[in-house]
Design a protein around this ligand. Sequence first.
Ligand code: NAD
Length: 486
Amino acid sequence: MAPLTLANLIDGQLRAPCTGAYLDVFEPATGTVYARCPDSDQRDVELAVQAAQRAAPAWAALSHGERAKHLHRLADAVEARLDEFALEESRDTGKPVKLARSVDIPRAVANLRFFAEAITQWPGETHADARAFNYTLRQPLGVVGCISPWNLPLYLFTWKIAPALAAGNAVVAKPSEITPFTAFRLSELAIDCGFPRGVLNIVQGTGPAVGKAIVEHPHIKAISFTGSTRTGAAIAAQAAQSFKKVSLEMGGKNPAVVFTDADLSETHLDTIVRSGFSNQGEICLCGSRLLVQRSIYDEFKRRYLAKVQALRVGDPQDERSDLGALVSSAHFDKVTTCIERAVAEGGRVLCGGEAVKLDGRCADGWFVAPTVIEGLPQDCATNREEIFGPVVTLLPFADEDEAVAIANGTEYGLAASLWTSNLDRAQRMAERLEFGIVWINCWMLRDLRTPFGGVKNSGVGREGGFEALRFFTEPKNVCIARSSSA
Ligand code: NAD
């Protein structure tokens, strides 16, 4: 079958890139090209910015309720095609279709709906004293840029554009060139739903060509980015030249910490396994370092390994598959090289540790077995650097102090999970951990109202709830003197 040709969404129309060139889009499960993604450049970004500038004032002038209606309509359209979107997301990323159907696409719908509601519920701020009454306007910025990664494509794309749009901005957005498909489908739906032209522009292409042009554009007032720490650093440096606002959600090397007093029911153990291997470990929140208190280490390891070994790596379209393919050949090479490095560093592979060869249509796919490694020092590269694959290291610890030292011993600080039945301990640990998110006896349990993001090399700023609306608006304080104090 001829590859599908995708397009940009600019000024309410699907457009071919100015370059006329396209990038191959691979299906990771089969290693074959199934689509062509526009290889756009700064000319397409310029057209998108101009369209957004024309559209921004009227969009900002709409009532909150009117903007919310547009977002709800888009959410309805995605929801009505949930199964289709799930299949497309699975084909594009290699993730199991059951995961796309239960997590990625429902969450994309939820993001659009959440911010449609949030903007109508956002309270204002006033400060009064005997001399004056102050109120704070929160005005949209104008045109903003949103740049998202490949691991949760539509989920993270909508997580950015929804608050930007709800707050009254026009958007120029770029999905990952590795997984462009569902953002393209969203482009089609935005047109079908009558989204006002120019308000949402989606420019497809590479980071160096399109992403960089978005970051450098003088009329784009803020950049909301999710991706690697390396790209985030480049964006921060570039944005600093023009004092552009940036929100950066970057990499992680998250700890899951299991204490002797944890309730290790089957359900909790399943969640701990999921926290390492969900989406093939390609979630920034995955717990890739599993710290286990020494007194239960051997018993925990036995039960944990039995569950990991039972995970099924298979065709993402097969409902029985727990893990699908890694997103690209380059990422497959990175992950397998990291496993080799772990062995070279002295790690013992307890399960997995190699590529998985499947038959039939997936014979050339990029599959890696869920891998558990022990015996590595906490300060080796394997335990410090993000792998972003189905690889978990086991680390024993003696007490709270050692757990804190190991957990905090990386340059990252996104999310930690703690497993303990002792509430005092949970609270003490939560305060000492240098992470933006701490989950206690759970993982990836998300309430969209809460602040989301990391510290250290994992992030700058917070997304979620009113935090995101604050990011996408500029506060302006208005001070009215009381007549007696003039
Ligand atoms: P990446 O940094 O390679 O790419 C992310 C996006 O940035 C893509 O759209 C890419 O085209 C674009 N880009 C690349 N170079 C650019 C440049 N110079 N200027 C502007 N844009 C540029 O990241 P990735 O490999 O797509 O994603 C994986 C990474 O994302 C992992 O490190 C993961 O931890 C991180 N991530 C973080 C979160 C979070 O919330 N903290 C969530 C998901 C993924």
